[in-house]
Design a protein around this ligand. Structure first.
Ligand code: SF4
Ligand code: SF4
Length: 159
């Protein structure tokens, strides 16, 4: 990003801040307030870091607030200047208690809207979308985007 600032880039950079290093095993890092031994440590201020290197437009969004995030992304990608969007929410797996798998789909019209989320738990069928309960974390994003009110929280068969 320092090069982008220096060379007058106009891209939008997204920083996906899930408070861990998810892809390699949930290690701590300077952005999550725990050091390599799991002790409390000062959290790196990512917004301030971006501003310090010269990025003038820095926005923070919650990925669960889908429609607000969409608005921010539209605004920043249309901007003729370098911008950063920090999408922030701790990984669900950091707190096993908050993972409540599964949603119930009933009356699906197979419009495909929920599939645009890219959730691996949503499976496209010939007539309807179904949920793979082994992959669902119960995040509820699909409930928010279904235009036919076909998705509800709860265990399959226990609406
Ligand atoms: S609740 Fe979340 S994880 Fe489960 S199917 Fe819907 S989008 Fe996927
Ligand atoms: S958005 Fe709703 S109606 Fe459309 S495919 Fe998904 S579950 Fe079915």
């Amino acid at each position: 990003m320092i090069d982008m600032v220096y060379n007058g880039g106009t891209s939008t950079v997204m920083i996906l801040d899930n408070s861990t290093t998810g892809m390699t095993g949930h290690q701590n890092h300077p952005g999550n307030g725990k050091d390599i031994r799991g002790r409390e440590a000062p959290v790196l201020d990512i917004e301030q870091l971006c501003k310090t290197i010269g990025v003038k437009h820095v926005a923070v969004a919650d990925p669960f607030d889908l429609f607000e995030l969409e608005k921010i992304l539209k605004k920043e990608t249309e901007r003729e200047a370098l911008s950063v969007v920090i999408v922030r929410r701790p990984c669900l797996l950091l707190d096993g208690k908050s993972v409540k798998p599964s949603v119930l789909i009933k009356g699906c019209k197979n419009c495909g809207r929920c599939l645009k989320l890219g959730c691996p738990a949503l499976i496209k069928g010939d007539k309807e979308v179904t949920v793979d309960e082994t992959l669902c974390t119960g995040c509820g994003l699909c409930i928010k985007v279904c235009p036919h009110d076909a998705i509800h929280a709860g265990k399959a068969g226990k609406k």
